[in-house]
Design a protein around this ligand. Structure first.
Ligand code: HEC
Length: 147
């Protein structure tokens, strides 16, 4: 009888420690994930031209979904909404893209084209995206003219 109780106690302790270990394991796993995400992003900005990083894939996905309808899938301004006046900005035009700083791109995208002294045809997107996503989009737009 006494032996039985001891065994039960022992089993309880083992079960408890297993739970604790499992819990800790989970925590380390999660923070590990977040760390590696940060590392990937840092690597992206440092070596964005080396391989197709997550930032560009995500930028392309967001651009295709939200912007291509007007700006065109390739960014040349020939989206399905043709007939827009003025025509949507042509992101493949190197000369034009050279005139736009990153700050200007962010402002135009976040606050809309009217905020940079143009028409109000490009809506403000600031509330639609996180800062990170906006950076992905700008990074991707830059690749369309290889600027
Ligand atoms: C409803 C159509 C439409 C959609 C959707 C749209 N745009 Fe535009 N965009 C335009 C038009 C039209 C212009 C040109 C405005 C002008 O020249 O007055 C423009 C201009 C721009 C410019 C250039 C502004 C400048 O500084 O000259 C940027 C950058 C831009 N759009 C980014 C985006 C991004 C990024 C998205 C998607 C998140 C997007 N646009 C979605 C229509 C659109």
């Amino acid at each position: 009888m006494q032996k039985n109780i001891k065994i039960r106690k022992f089993t309880g302790i083992v079960a408890l420690s297993l739970l604790v270990i499992a819990g800790c394991g989970k925590k380390t796993g999660q923070s590990g994930k977040a760390d590696s995400k940060k590392t990937v992003l840092a690597a992206d900005s440092a070596a964005s031209k080396v391989k197709v990083p997550f930032a560009l894939k995500e930028g392309k996905r967001l651009f295709s979904h939200y912007c291509a309808v007007c700006h065109g899938e390739t960014g040349d301004g020939s989206g399905q909404y043709y007939g827009l006046t003025p025509v949507p900005a042509n992101f493949t035009d190197k000369a034009f893209m050279k005139t736009l700083s990153n700050e200007r791109l962010f402002k135009a995208i976040i606050e809309g084209s009217a905020s940079v002294g143009k028409s109000n045809m490009c809506p403000p997107w600031g509330k639609s995206f996180h800062n990170e996503e906006l950076e992905f989009i700008v990074k991707y737009i830059r690749t369309l003219s290889s600027q």
